[in-house]
Design a protein around this ligand. Structure first.
Ligand code: PLP
Length: 367
């Protein structure tokens, strides 16, 4: 069975290097934050091309830190796409603010800039755009609306490491960028990890304090703190992986563009990739015209594991029932949620495996 994503191949390939990096951390017992986490912060900031990157324990915490750094809290509203992983909204909710969900476009499946303005109220403080599936959202249009209403723009880059918008790296466009290094993300830790990227020192002073129990001087706590530090082992592993990211991205693009060109079955709709973007194909999502569960079963029979991202859009999740959204509020996100399927895509896939997926997709017949 070809797995949707198989991390064992990378581990086997670079095992010696990973284990050596982990061993160093053990020998220095630099386990929580510390030297190896700090080194990775520097490397990641430089890689992205921003002055600051602050490593945290996961991408959800990165989003929470970004919200707090921007002063978002109780009574505020933040615009969030309905089509995203739920964690995009958690960071907003943790501060006591309210996520306000906006539909995606019918073709890019990213936040629809034309539907943002009608959701802005005097309580709105920020817009979180998500570069979902590794496809940059329409940043300039979102930014233009944000500027007109004096709102912050935060980028959720959890699926977008290395993606380019008009030639610029995601995570460098908005006020703050939030990354996840969850295993299976384009850049991943051997456990959990995340980072916030940006330009303004005062935001990073807050984030550094917040993630470190609310203190800069040990045992003197100046704000309500959290234990959100990046682990040393994760920092060390990420320093190894970061060297391979350009290579992985190139291979993801090779596979992603092959799928885009060669999957021609009219029953399978592919994501639209606007000219001014260079996506990184974190996940290859497709829209299956009949029943995606039937498609998944068909692919499994052909020896190909697929899954779905995401079967329920954020505004219809039980956790947000109290916000009062109804079916029909975000029709594009709802349609995608009930028709989506994710094809295997990871850098270590062989050309034969890529061809097998393409052939199976093209031979699929609707009921
Ligand atoms: C993975 C992900 C997150 C959360 O990151 P974690 O590291 O799992 O906490 C947030 N947003 C999006 C879009 C994601 O894909």
């Amino acid at each position: 069975m070809l797995k949707r994503i198989d991390l064992t191949r990378d581990y086997q390939k670079h095992k010696a290097e990973y284990l050596e990096a982990i061993q160093k951390v053990c020998e220095d017992t630099a386990f929580s934050g510390g030297k190896y986490a700090d080194e990775f912060d520097k490397e990641f900031a430089q890689y992205c091309g921003v002055p600051y990157a602050s490593g945290v324990n996961n991408g959800t915490s990165a989003l929470h830190c970004a919200m707090v750094a921007l002063g978002i809290g109780e009574g505020d509203e933040v615009i969030v796409p309905a089509n995203t992983y739920i964690a995009t909204a958690w960071g907003v909710t943790y501060t006591g603010a309210t996520p306000v969900f906006v539909d995606c476009t019918a073709d890019t499946w990213e936040i629809d800039p034309d539907k943002i303005e009608e959701k802005i109220t005097e309580k709105t403080k920020a817009i979180i755009g998500v570069h979902l599936y590794g496809q940059p959202f329409e940043f300039n249009k979102v930014k233009e609306i944000a500027d007109r209403h004096h709102l912050y723009v935060v980028e959720d880059c959890a699926q977008g490491h290395d993606a380019l918008y008009e030639g610029k790296m995601v995570g460098t466009l908005g006020d703050l960028g939030c990354f996840s290094f969850y295993p299976g993300k384009n850049l991943y830790a051997f456990g959990e990890g995340g980072s916030v990227t940006g330009y303004r020192k005062e935001y990073f002073d807050t984030i550094e304090m917040m993630k470190n129990q609310g203190c800069t001087v040990r045992y003197y706590h100046d704000m309500i703190g959290y234990n959100y530090r990046l682990e040393g082992i994760q920092g060390a592993v990420l320093s190894v992986s970061l060297k391979y990211l350009p290579e992985w991205t190139a291979r993801r693009r090779e596979i992603g563009w092959r799928y885009t060109k060669e999957i021609t079955n009219p029953a399978i709709t592919l994501q639209h990739h606007p000219e001014n973007t260079n996506p990184v194909f974190h996940m290859f999502e497709v829209e299956v015209e009949d029943d995606p569960e039937r498609f998944l079963a068909y692919m499994a029979e052909k020896g190909i594991e697929c899954n779905r991202h995401y079967p329920v859009p954020c505004h219809l999740q039980n956790a947000y029932k109290h916000l009062g959204y109804q079916v029909g509020d975000c029709p594009n996100a709802e349609y995608l949620a009930s028709h989506c399927a994710t094809l295997p895509l990871f850098p270590e896939m062989t050309d034969e495996e890529v061809e097998m997926v393409i052939r199976a997709c093209n031979a699929y017949q609707t009921a």
